[in-house]
Design a binder for this molecule. Sequence first.
Ligand code: Z5A
Length: 212
Amino acid sequence: NCTSDNPRGALVVLEGLDRSGKTSQASGLLSYLEGQGILAELWRFPDRNTCVGQMISSYLSNKSELDDRTIHLLFSANRWEKRTLMESKLRSGTTLIVDRYSYSGVAFSSAKGLDIEWCKGPEKGLLAPDLVAYLDVPPEKAAERGGYGGERYEQLEFQKEVAQHYEMLHDLTWKTVDACLPMEEVAKQLREIVMDCIANCQKGKPLTELWQ
Ligand code: Z5A
C-alpha cells in the first residue's frame, strides 16, 4: 500500500524483437531518469548471472539442448528467483526498467508451437508491469540492423512468428512505440510514456500480479 509519503517505483518493461533497440533505449532511459532525480535501476531477463541463467545462456548459445517446455520453465524460474527482490525495490521507491520479461517468455515459446495459455501458467503471480513498451520494428528491418549474431532464435523466419505471437499479448498496460523512427525520437516517446507511468505509480496505483 502506497501513500504520497512513500511512493512506490514503477515496473517498466521493454519488449520487442531481437535488434528492436531495447538495450540501447533502456540505458538511455536510465540516464534520463537519473538526471530527473528519479531512483531507477536497469534489469534484464534472462539474468545470465544466476545458476538458472547460466543454463539458459548455454541453451541460447547452442551449447546445450533442452526440451521446449523445460527451457520455458527455466526462463520463468529465472524471473521467480528475482521476484522478492523486485517487489522490495519497487516498494522502497525504485523504478525498474526491465529489458524483456514474461511477454518474451510467452511470445517466444508459443512461437515454437506451445499452447499460449500453458505458456502463461508459470508466469502467473509474478509482478505485473505498470507499462509494457513494445518497440515495434518489422522483422526484416530488425535483421538489417548489424546482422544477427549466432544465438538460437536469431533467424528471420522465427522472428516473424514471434512478432505474431507478441500481438496476442496486448493488454491495458501495453503501449506500442514505432521503433523504426530515429533513435532520439523513440527515446523521446519512451520518456513521455514512462514519466506518465511513474507519476501514476506515485499517486498510488497498486502493484498487481500477472495473468491471474
Ligand atoms: N527469451 C525467451 O525465449 N524467453 C524469455 O523468457 C526471455 C527471453 C526473457 C535472449 O535475449 C533471447 O532470449 C531472446 C529472447 C529469448 N532471443 N531472441 N531473439 P537477449 O535480451 O539477450 O537478446 P536480444 O533481446 O535479442 O537483444 P539485442 O540483440 O541486444 O537487441 P536489442 O536490445 O533489442 O537491440 P539493441 O542492441 O539496442 O540494438 C540493436 C542494433 O540496432 C544496434 O546496432 C543499434 O544501434 C541499432 N538500433 C537500435 N535502434 C535503432 C533505431 N531506432 N534506428 C536504427 N538503428 C537502431
